[in-house]
Write a protein of this length. Structure first.
Length: 267
């Protein structure tokens, strides 16, 4: 097993990541860019407003639409439900990143005790969390999501973690080899292969320690993710009903939700 593979075992063997990997899928996507606040719901495509609902007025392609009272109430309820869903979802994302950050910080400390400079891994989740929140939450209290951002979140995390890990390995593998060589030159028993095997075993024990650290939390997290996904499914159904009530919106279907849990696709 390669060094990076051994570090991967630590992460994948932790209960947090196992819960994410084993959860049933919740494929979640936005078909258009979204801006939502406590008073506005707006869909955009490449910077162009498709429709905007504000103060009881619906504007589609720049034209004010005639609405009756029931249609206005339905739009207002949908806009408010959308707005409430965003902070609930971001709270889940923040918690997932916090838990991942605890695991990564533990790994970083352990690697440094082995003579491997993994300081770049510390605080990485905080940086990712800040980046995600900056992209979604705005200073005026509204939320903006570009179509595809949530779809790509997991891939972006994987790429960033892999880059940071490979950087730490590249910078420190030489010193690790020198340390192992010095031990053998000084008469320490065991071949190089045995030393690496011992190293792999230590990494696996680290994974078990992280697993114990999160014991019991993975069920709570997975149940939380499923509740959030259920709320998005309900919002998707609400949107379908809205498009029946306001036919002008039918060509702007926004939500696409499949499956039962957000965990496997986002975290």
């Amino acid at each position: 097993m390669t060094f990076s593979g051994q570090v991967g075992v630590v992460l994948l063997s932790s209960t947090l990541f196992c819960a994410a990997a084993n959860a049933s899928e919740c494929n979640f996507s936005f078909n258009h860019d979204l801006i939502v606040s406590d008073s506005v719901l707006e869909l955009q495509e490449q910077g162009k407003t498709l429709y905007r609902f504000e103060d009881g007025e619906l504007v589609i392609d720049g034209k004010v639409q005639d609405l009756d009272g029931d249609q206005r109430r339905a739009l207002s309820q949908f806009q408010q439900a959308y707005y409430r869903q965003m902070p609930a979802t971001m709270e889940l994302v923040d918690e997932a990143l916090r838990m991942a950050g605890v695991a990564l910080d533990t790994i970083s400390v352990q690697l440094q005790e082995m003579g491997i400079d993994a300081a770049s891994l510390q605080g990485m989740m905080d940086a990712i969390a800040e980046s995600v929140n900056q992209k979604v939450a705005r200073e005026d209290g509204s939320y903006r999501v570009v179509s595809g951002d949530f779809d790509q979140f997991g891939d972006q995390f994987d790429q960033q973690f892999e880059q940071q890990l490979e950087q730490a390995i590249t910078q420190s593998m030489g010193s690790l080899m020198m340390t192992l060589g010095a031990e053998m030159m000084n008469g320490d028993s065991g071949s190089f292969e045995q030393k690496m095997e011992e190293f792999g075993q230590r990494m696996e024990r680290m994974g078990e320690e992280i697993e114990q650290q999160f014991q019991g939390q993975e069920q709570h997290f997975e149940a939380w993710a499923e509740r959030v996904c259920t709320q998005w499914q309900q919002l998707d159904e609400m949107e379908d009903q809205l498009m029946e009530q306001v036919p002008q919106l039918q060509k702007y279907d926004q939500l696409k939700i499949e499956g039962q849990s957000l965990a496997s696709t986002w975290f």
